[in-house]
Design a protein around this ligand. Structure first.
Ligand SMILES: [Zn+2]
Length: 93
């Protein structure tokens, strides 16, 4: 069984339809049970749809992976436990 990190690592390829049948099955099983990944997959797919539909020309190959990577890095940032807040005092504007 895949865990969330494995699913996220493969999600871009999954959306690009570039995963092996076995991996796809694992992802589908995980997505069916994990609301976190489900939500992520859903928003990533919607983002891709919006991007795709807003352009009349064909998207360069691999573009969805790049968009996904951006989304993923944001998700990872959000999930990452924060370092000691006191070590980086926030500057006031
Ligand atoms: Zn998950």
């Amino acid at each position: 069984m895949y865990n969330c990190d494995q699913v996220m690592a493969e999600l871009a390829n999954f959306l690009d339809d570039q995963v092996a049948a076995e991996i796809r099955r694992e992802l589908e099983i995980h997505l069916a049970h994990c609301r976190t990944c489900q939500a992520l997959y859903d928003s990533a797919r919607k983002t891709l749809t919006i991007v795709t539909e807003s352009r009349s020309f064909e998207l360069p190959e691999g573009i969805s992976s790049r968009i996904l990577e951006k989304i993923m890095s944001k998700v990872r940032e959000a999930r990452r436990p924060r370092p000691k807040p006191s070590s980086h005092p926030r500057k006031r504007h």
